[in-house]
Design a protein around this ligand. Structure first.
Ligand code: FNR
Length: 181
């Protein structure tokens, strides 16, 4: 199975990217994962959606060719960051590469609630017309106080989170095989 992880933060020390890297590395015997960055994506503009810049084409193609998408989102002001909303706008138009594409969600924040509000927004967006991505039910991953759960080298060191993620990944794979494999 080939998964792309879309990380909604473009800062170099992103906790959400570290979370995606943990998933990529720990479960490399279960699936192949490529972590996509949103750094190169221009702002969505309907005027150019039919002939978008190369960065947009590359991004959309990677999502199109993947079996599934893992969204790893920060929370900005109780919603998803603008860079992630922008990426979703590109994905939702013209060839609509998210339609029918299974996906699942994780998020890390410095607050205790671990992106609970952002993920609620993201779920609503992904259910919206024009996207319709089947989402892994349950298995909600809210990594709160995330700055305390990674070491200086960026490794996830919080054992309860590591164990919880093991279960979520198994559930994701079982769900994927049953309904989409
Ligand atoms: C935040 N942060 C934040 N955290 C949270 O739990 N709820 C929130 O609403 C917000 N809002 C917010 C807005 C803006 C503009 C910034 C820059 C930050 C803090 C956020 O959780 C923290 O910066 C994370 O580290 C962001 O994720 P990355 O970049 O580390 O992946």
């Amino acid at each position: 199975m080939k998964i792309v992880a879309i990380v909604g933060s473009i800062r170099k020390d992103s906790l959400n990217r570290k979370l995606a890297e943990h998933v990529k590395n720990r479960y490399q015997d279960k699936f192949e994962m490529e972590i996509l960055t949103l750094n190169e994506l221009p702002m969505y503009n309907q005027d150019i959606e039919n002939d978008p810049p190369e960065a947009v084409r590359t991004f959309k193609n990677k999502v199109k060719e993947a079996d599934a998408v893992l969204w790893v989102t920060p929370e900005y002001n109780a919603t998803i960051p603008g860079v992630l909303a922008n990426a979703i706008d590109w994905l939702s138009r013209v060839d609509k590469v998210m339609i029918g594409k299974p996906s699942w969600i994780m998020g890390a924040s410095m607050g205790q609630l671990g992106t609970v509000k952002a993920q609620a927004v993201l779920r609503t967006v992904l259910f919206a017309m024009g996207l319709s991505s089947p989402l892994l039910p349950g298995n909600e991953v809210y990594v709160g106080a995330a700055h305390e759960k990674f070491d200086a080298s960026g490794r996830l060191i919080h054992e309860p989170t590591i164990t919880f993620l093991d279960g979520v990944v198994d559930n994701f794979i079982a769900w994927y095989r049953k309904y989409h494999g």
